[in-house]
Design a protein around this ligand. Sequence first.
Ligand code: GLN
Length: 306
Amino acid sequence: MQELIDRIAAEARPRAAEGKVADYIPALARVDPGRFALVLRSADGQEWVAGEADAPFSIQSISKLFTLALAMEWLEPDGPDGLWSRVGREPSGMRFNSLIQLETEAGIPRNPFINAGAIVVTDALMTHRWNLETAFRAQMRLLAGNPELHYDAEVAASERMHGDLNRAIAYVLRAYGNLRQDPQAVTDTYFRACSLAISARDLARAAGFLVSPQGEGACAAGHHARWLRAIMRTCGLYDQSGEFAFRVGLPGKSGVGGGIVAVQPPGMSAALPQGFVAVAWSPPLDRFGNSVAAQAALEALAGALE
Ligand code: GLN
């Protein structure tokens, strides 16, 4: 297995040259494009790693997976005025920060993994918990088993400075009656969640609850995990989710920090029948905002573990 991981990492890593590091958040533009990590973690806790598995990177939109998990855990998503009356579960076919559908669909974001949807999820969580930033970090520390996880203040400030589009989304949501808290307070908290610094190894551990029936911490398990995987499959890579499903075939979630997490539930892989989590990280992105080399690594890995 270690040989396989090393070979896939060596083949995928140069693909970074085809992408471009996110520059609309200036603090992210400074990241070295040559960095790379690949982590494979079986559901029973064996780990194989290549590259900089312990180097923290910006979680960015992968945070949307964990805020949605918290919303499923803490809120009653099916209740009246519940999350599923405020956010859809369909792929958007649009850029992750697009405003267009909010206008045509009366302020209901297509899904929780585009920015508009995650901003509604953040708003719902803030209505439930007065200090969501501390609670979210605590949850991530618990899931990753790492009490040192922290927000990157520079990334959060940089995104806040250049966050007009996300603030615009929040104001449109409020205009349609789909935001309860102050729009800027919600986007500030959303930016903080996106700024969490986490390594590929810790991210693979934190996502373990999606494939292990017992879960690795107090987070959505059982049918919640099945629902989360479904939304990852259909919406996890924005308007490239269909292509990722075709090439990789695993539920996944990406972020503009260059990370992608993919999961295989138990019973689907002959090589690892217990199920696994794979995390790949390489900062240069394609035009959809998804890491080029991370996708290549996950495609090769999923093929090899079929
Ligand atoms: N924080 C980023 C934003 O709101 C997250 C986007 C992403 O990772 N796709 O633009």
